[in-house]
Design a protein around this ligand. Structure first.
Ligand code: GLN
Length: 456
């Protein structure tokens, strides 16, 4: 009840939700009945959570932020959603997002613009901006998001909450609307690293409905966190951190750099060693990402044709019906990406773009592997600036893409990464949050959660 009150009170200002559940309280009462009957209620019993709108929910519309799925009720729950329900969580609603995850500010939603709770004139980041803003505004205790190139980490950084992008294949993608299938990951937001660890534990693990989801056992993430009440004993002694040189170079604003440097000092004071690690190919990741992500998107989005889901436009014959449905249903950024991806994959250009981008992807993967042999964990800023003003970049797609420089490579390599708030930049009335990104080896989420826990 308290969360629903807060949700309704904040919603007119923040606009994080595309849909608010009508049966959240009923679900909670059902848990009460189970308790009264002495039945199991699960580790997340009664915890109110938000779910990004590109995850299928059978009792709430799932639009992916797109007009082309307006009013669509999926006949099934995404696996991550089903796992939350069976853990007892209460799903309070579906959160706003850039259409199909394509964007970095949530201004690309077909429905509404979400505001950053720290300063309502600024963006919450994206594409999971609704989830990040909802947690930051206290509208729910945690939320699910998805991360193809930074969509959990960048909004977590902009909104001052914890964001966790798991390794590719750690969490099932079944029921996640596909953007770029080789990069997409379901992950979570929380107010603390402990909360993120609890959520990951609930959603991770093998799934017969997703053959790319790993059968590896899910470790106990929560009991391995460092005790934050006893930091006197240099708990990070022996952990080697590497700060990626290319992410603290030109183009990153001073405020962000100084917050990250402060975090480095904090790590060192707790016994860790921190040194710079050069990754000379780092800047090649961004163009490779935009070729690969748009190529995969152009193929994945072919399914929205006005026949199977969502509103259908009129057409004299079937081809014009498809074309009209897509013309009306997709927004400008999605169309731009379908065009880019179709171009990159077209005959005669394949070797020059798609194949080259795949080769770059291999180089980036190798560079991470080498770096993670020299140090245990990598760190970097998350974005070159703190949250910017609504409208500032919306008409300049390239400026928006450049903001993804520090996050996309992690997806190209399939690694886990955690974002924790580490300081404030100037702006707003009480400053603007800055996040620190910690990157670990594949399927070693515990290696970033454990030290990340000291940042709270
Ligand atoms: N901003 C990036 C993009 O637009 C990443 C989005 C995401 O991770 N879904 O592709």
């Amino acid at each position: 009840e308290a969360y629903l009150v807060k949700l309704r009170e904040q919603e007119p200002h923040v606009r994080s939700f595309l849909h608010v559940s009508e049966k959240a309280l009923q679900d909670a009462q059902e848990l009460d009945r189970r308790v009264a009957e002495g039945r199991e209620i699960g580790p997340l019993a009664g915890v109110p959570l938000g779910v990004k709108d590109n995850l299928c929910t059978r009792d709430m519309p799932s639009t992916g932020g797109s007009r082309i799925l307006q009013g669509y009720y999926p006949p099934y729950d995404a696996t991550a959603v089903a796992k939350l329900r069976s853990s007892g969580a209460i799903l309070v609603g579906k959160t706003n997002m850039d259409e199909f995850g394509m964007g970095s500010s949530t201004e690309g939603s077909a429905y509404q613009v979400t505001a950053n709770p720290w300063d309502l004139s600024r963006v919450p980041g994206g594409s999971s901006g609704g989830s990040a803003a909802a947690v930051a505004a206290g509208q729910c205790a945690g939320a699910l998001g998805s991360d193809t190139g930074g969509s959990i980490r960048q909004p977590a950084s902009f909104c001052g909450v914890v964001g966790l992008k798991p390794s590719y294949g750690r969490v099932s993608r079944f029921g996640l609307m596909a953007y770029a299938s080789s990069l997409d990951v379901v992950g979570c937001f929380g107010n603390s690293v402990m909360d993120a660890a609890i959520l990951l534990e609930a959603i991770a693990g093998a799934d017969k409905n997703d053959s790319t989801c790993s059968p590896q056992d899910v470790p106990d993430y929560t009991s391995n966190l460092l005790p934050i009440d006893d930091l006197g004993s240099k708990p990070l002694a022996g952990i080697r951190f590497g700060i990626i040189s290319e992410t603290i170079a030109d183009g990153v604003v001073e405020d962000v750099l100084s917050a990250v440097k402060q975090a480095v000092t904090h790590l060192e004071s707790l016994g860790a060693s921190v040194r710079e690690v050069a990754m000379p190919n780092f800047s090649l990741g961004l163009p490779a990402y935009y070729v690969l992500a748009t190529s995969e998107a152009s193929s994945n989005l072919a399914r929205y044709d006005g026949v199977r889901y969502g509103p259908r436009a009129h057409g004299e014959e079937v081809m014009s019906m498809y074309a009209n449905s897509r013309a009306l249903g997709f927004g400008p950024e999605v169309k731009r990406r379908i065009l880019m991806g179709t171009y990159a994959l077209s005959a005669g250009y394949y070797d020059a773009f798609y194949k080259k981008a795949q080769q770059v992807r291999t180089v980036i993967q190798q560079d991470f592997k080498n770096a993670l042999e020299e140090v245990d964990l990598l760190i970097s800023p998350v974005t070159p600036t703190a949250a910017y003003k609504i409208g500032e970049k919306v008409n300049d797609p390239l400026a928006m893409y450049v903001g993804d420089l520090m996050t996309v490579n992690v997806n190209l390599a399939g690694l886990p990464a955690l974002v924790v708030p580490c300081g404030l930049a100037k702006g707003g009335t009480s400053g603007l949050p800055v996040g620190l990104q910690m990157i670990g080896p594949a399927f070693r989420e515990e290696s970033i959660l454990r030290p990340g826990h000291i940042f709270e």
